[in-house]
Write a protein that binds this ligand. Structure first.
Ligand code: AMP
Length: 282
């Protein structure tokens, strides 16, 4: 098994994996700057599989022109150490030219799911995600791939792509890992000053407020959203992008809360765009 450093090329990765023929491969795709959220996925893959591959690739295809591609944290040495510590066997960290040696003209689109919630504000983002995930799944050919519920829309889109294309992989969803005060762990939390980090707590607080109202019997999604928006608006350092209640699988807006619903929100805190969600069963 590979033990030091990271694998840079698809050829090298395939050679290493071909030597593991017959073993169960678990795969955790990431953009690096690994934190405990990512490492929970790696830990689960370690438990379930014989060989654990973690990819670290900041995928340009999923960033809009005005987004944070250039400044996105790149900490490969630390990532190699922490991924190995959590049980990764191989860290695949290709350069952009390795993944995209020529312009991509074939793209994976996921109609209906890619243009709502975050997709409405990040045009092309989920096509970029779906495209790189299909590439990575074809390169690694894992039996299982692990995704975090923190990026709920991404998880639903990946599941739909796997289903629609009959990809031979099982998608495993892992719960959102949070800091003790409730803020979901995110590579983008590194952008936050201490003051901004404090302000960012209104994001989980807004979602919690919605969850409490629903638990108390409120079934009118509009009223729940209005109350949660007030919670978030009370924090002047935070700019709300959206707060929405949707079907957890079809991502369609819900008027009357019943069964299972997704409560999802995105905010800007300074330059950091943060998202959070909760799936609530009534
Ligand atoms: P990223 O590096 O942001 O592309 O994330 C890579 C994977 O880690 C995705 O499947 C994310 O959903 C997952 N992930 C990121 N943050 C968390 C978290 N706080 N808890 C659980 N999974 C997470």
């Amino acid at each position: 098994m590979e033990r030091q450093g990271s694998v840079k090329t698809i050829r090298e990765l395939r050679l290493a994996l071909d030597r593991q023929a017959g073993k169960k491969i678990g795969f955790v795709p990431t953009m690096g700057a690994l934190h405990e959220g990512h490492l929970s996925l790696v830990g689960q893959a370690r438990q379930d599989c014989d060989v654990v591959v973690v990819s670290v690739f900041v995928n340009p295809l999923q960033f809009g022109p005005a987004e944070d591609l250039a400044e996105y944290p790149r900490l490969l040495d630390e990532d190699v150490t922490s991924a190995r510590g959590a049980g990764a066997d191989i860290i695949f960290a290709p350069a952009v030219e390795e993944m995209y040696p020529e312009p991509m003209v074939a793209k994976v689109r996921v109609e209906g799911l890619e243009d709502v919630l975050c997709g409405k504000y990040r045009p092309g983002h989920f096509a970029g995600v779906a495209t790189v995930v299909v590439k990575l799944l074809n390169i690694v050919r894992p039996e299982r791939a692990y995704f975090g519920a923190k990026d709920w829309q991404q998880l639903i889109i990946v599941r739909k792509v796997v289903k629609d294309f009959n990809l031979a992989v099982e998608i495993v969803a892992m719960p959102t890992v949070r800091d003790a005060d409730g803020l979901a762990k995110s590579s983008r939390n590194r952008y936050l000053s201490p003051k901004e980090r404090e302000a960012a707590l209104v994001l989980p607080a807004g979602i919690q407020a919605a969850a409490k109202m629903i638990a108390a019997g409120e079934r009118d999604a509009g009223r729940v959203i209005a109350a949660a928006k007030e919670v978030i608006a009370a924090q002047p350092g935070v700019k709300l992008e959206y707060f929405s209640i949707r079907g957890p699988l079809d991502l369609l807006p819900v008027d009357v809360i019943a069964g299972e619903v997704l409560v999802a929100a995105a905010v800007y805190v300074g330059r950091a765009r943060l998202i959070d969600n909760m799936v609530i069963k009534v």
